[in-house]
Design a protein around this ligand. Structure first.
Ligand SMILES: [Zn+2]
Length: 286
């Protein structure tokens, strides 16, 4: 009990000024996380599970995702700890319009002055602060944020030397957005795949009475797209998708290539595909 109270007190100290407490079950994904280096130009700046990545283009930065509203101060602090200036962020990129990845975007956009890039299909939900999600989960609202640029499939997004290629991978949301880039690990060219998400949430219906017509086909085509992309380093919107905790511990122990894991990337895609097919089969049998 004392430990719980101490934990609550620490959380209050950190977050009182920023936002209300997170709904039960979500706070564990938003614990402070020491930032670390993934490759020569990619840094982890997110929380314990909801991710954010800082990509260094030399004369400017790309920041991907904003976590919960309550994650924004964690991300800002992590950027500072690494010695970067948030004002050098030119591109703020969102994977999808859920409150655990888009909640901090408004604060991070204001702090950086960056332009926000997101898919056309998720733009409306970002701009109305999480209302009108296809699954009706309007309870998970977040601060509304204006989208400056609509991302298109196959588009290149560059800041300095850093160049990302956008891949629209709908299903988890209508505009779920993944991207690829070539980075270097200890100087060696290495392909990175950032997966939006392939999770069919418990409230989703894929076949019977879906509130998003074509969701099953979208999930399947997104799996196909993601499987076709090169992946030496697999990253994603949640640390649990790519075994972040164990890999971060290895980086902190001095292993510079801890995130190079093509088998892990394939395994994540295979497991996700199986879960999607199992849900489709289950609904068909109902
Ligand atoms: Zn999500």
């Amino acid at each position: 009990m004392r430990a719980i109270l101490a934990g609550c007190y620490a959380a209050l100290l950190t977050f009182t000024a920023q936002a209300a407490e997170l709904p039960p079950g979500y706070a564990q994904n938003n614990q402070p996380q020491t930032p670390f280096k993934i490759s020569d130009d990619i840094y982890y700046v997110g929380a314990s599970d909801v991710t954010a990545f800082l990509i260094d283009g030399g004369d400017g930065l790309i920041l991907t995702d904003g976590g919960f509203e309550q994650t924004a101060p964690i991300i800002e602090a992590n950027i500072k700890v690494l010695g970067f200036d948030i004002k050098k962020v030119k591109v703020l990129l969102n994977s999808h319009a859920h409150f655990d990845h888009a909640g901090g975007l408004a604060a991070l956009k204001a702090a950086s002055g960056a332009k926000l890039y997101a898919s056309q299909a998720d733009k409306g939900v970002l701009e109305n602060g999480g209302k009108a999600q296809f699954d009706g989960a309007d309870t998970n609202a977040f601060p509304a944020v204006r989208v400056d640029e609509n991302l298109k499939d196959g588009q290149k997004l560059s800041v300095g030397r850093a160049s990302l290629t956008i891949h629209l991978t709908p299903g988890h949301t209508r505009g779920c957005t993944s991207w690829t880039m070539t980075t270097r690990v200890a100087g060696k060219p290495t392909d990175v795949l950032f997966v939006c998400s392939l999770t069919a949430l418990p409230q989703y219906r894929l076949v019977k009475n879906p509130s998003y017509a074509g969701i099953a086909e979208d999930f399947r085509s997104s799996v196909k797209t993601l499987r076709s992309l090169p992946c030496d380093i697999g990253l994603g919107s949640h640390g649990i998708f790519f075994n972040m905790k164990a890999k971060a511990a290895k980086v902190q122990a001095g292993q510079v290539d801890a995130f190079v894991d093509p088998q892990g990337c394939r395994a994540y895609l295979d497991t996700s595909a199986k879960l999607i097919e199992a849900e489709i089969a289950k609904e068909r049998a109902e």
